[in-house]
Design a protein around this ligand. Structure first.
Ligand code: KG4
Ligand code: ZN
Length: 331
């Protein structure tokens, strides 16, 4: 069975073809229009998806070298995400499925991030702990088996990637914030200033990143523009270290408490090499193996949606054609 996966939940228009074993193609078109606004503008995102979705599906078919009528099922993100953006992918998927007489399945975007690990590491089997850290989400999930998930903790305010984006904005170093902060941090001193780490209540696996963002803002205000410019790399490194410390500590604690020896990372923040290395270092002390998919599978992509959808379609699960977008969908 060949499944087409479509992802349009935020600012990436993506389509992929998956045959149950490997990805035949995974085309991702990132909307650059949002850069000048320093964040995703929902109306512009849905308009861009409308323009991009069919060319992206066409390119996915061409790259896989298959014809449209070889597709046997369609998987599409139906939430969480921006309602207008979700609507574009969902409408296209429904229209194609109806006209081609093939089943379609709505996929939870967060579950898609879990399946990104299966694509990168076909041998991986639950149980494992997954950290999903992106611009919209930061969650720790216990994957007991495929299809059976327990949320262990989630952010109470900003997502980790959102904190990177907001700090980059206040340092005026571009959007999205993760890549420029990671690059600057390589040249900076992570011990330059100790920004707060929000561990919250004892035993809590929830996150909070708005405090560290505010601490960076206050620091920058207190030292003024000249000192900020001089210590830009040190501020970036200290901020990044504060975020990573919390992500690593809570993720390793979750695995230890559950007695599992595999941790899977996913989401745009998981691209961060310092996060990956820190997690691997701390994990190895407790015999915990860390899985980090390549960047194109960590960030939003149609491949992960195709893989999740394949699993359900293969097991006979389909969605009704009146499935609506679910902007606040969770596990
Ligand atoms: O998964 P993603 O592409 O989209 C969603 O938000 O769902 O994640 C994008 C987020 C942005 O906030 C971006 O700043 C962050 O991931 N990001 C990074 C890095 N690359 C992207 N954060 C830290 N380090 C990076 N290298
Ligand atoms: Zn995502």
């Amino acid at each position: 069975m060949i499944v087409l996966g479509i992802e349009t939940s935020c600012d990436d228009t993506s389509a992929a073809l998956f045959d149950g074993n490997s990805l035949l193609s995974n085309i991702i078109s990132t909307q650059l229009i949002h850069q000048r606004f320093g964040g995703v503008v929902p109306e512009l995102a849905s308009r861009s998806h409308i323009q991009l979705v069919f060319p992206v599906v066409r390119e996915a078919l061409d790259q896989a070298g298959i014809l449209q009528n070889n597709i046997e099922g369609i998987a599409v993100t139906y939430g969480p995400g921006l309602v207008g953006s979700l609507l574009v992918g969902l409408s296209v998927a429904k229209g194609m499925a109806l006209s081609m007489g093939i089943p379609f399945i709505g996929v939870n975007h967060l579950e898609g991030h879990l399946w990104a690990n299966r694509l990168a590491y076909p041998d991986i089997t639950p149980p494992f702990v997954a950290l999903i850290a992106s611009g919209g989400h930061t969650q720790l999930v216990f994957v007991e088996k495929w299809g059976l998930y327990r949320v262990l903790g989630r952010t109470r305010d900003d997502a980790a990637g959102e904190a990177f984006d907001k700090v980059a904005k206040l340092l005026n170093i571009g959007y999205p914030g993760g890549p420029p902060i990671e690059k600057l941090a390589q040249k900076g001193n992570p011990e330059y200033i100790h920004f707060p780490r929000a561990f919250l209540e004892e035993n809590s696996l929830d996150f909070s990143f708005s405090g560290v963002k505010t601490a960076v803002l206050n620091h920058v205000k207190s030292i003024g523009p000249e000192e900020t410019e001089k210590h830009l790399a040190d501020i970036a490194a200290s901020f990044q270290k504060a975020v990573i410390d919390v992500l690593v500590e809570k993720t390793i604690t979750a695995a230890r408490e559950l007695g599992v020896y595999s941790i899977c990372l996913s989401g745009g923040v998981a691209v961060n090499k310092a996060l990956q290395e820190n997690m691997k270092q701390k994990g190895s002390r407790e015999n915990i193996k860390i899985y980090c998919p390549p960047p194109q599978l960590c960030t939003d992509n149609g491949g992960m949606i195709a893989a999740a959808g394949y699993y359900y379609l293969h097991n006979g699960v389909t969605s009704p054609l009146n499935l609506s977008p679910a902007p606040s969908l969770n596990f």
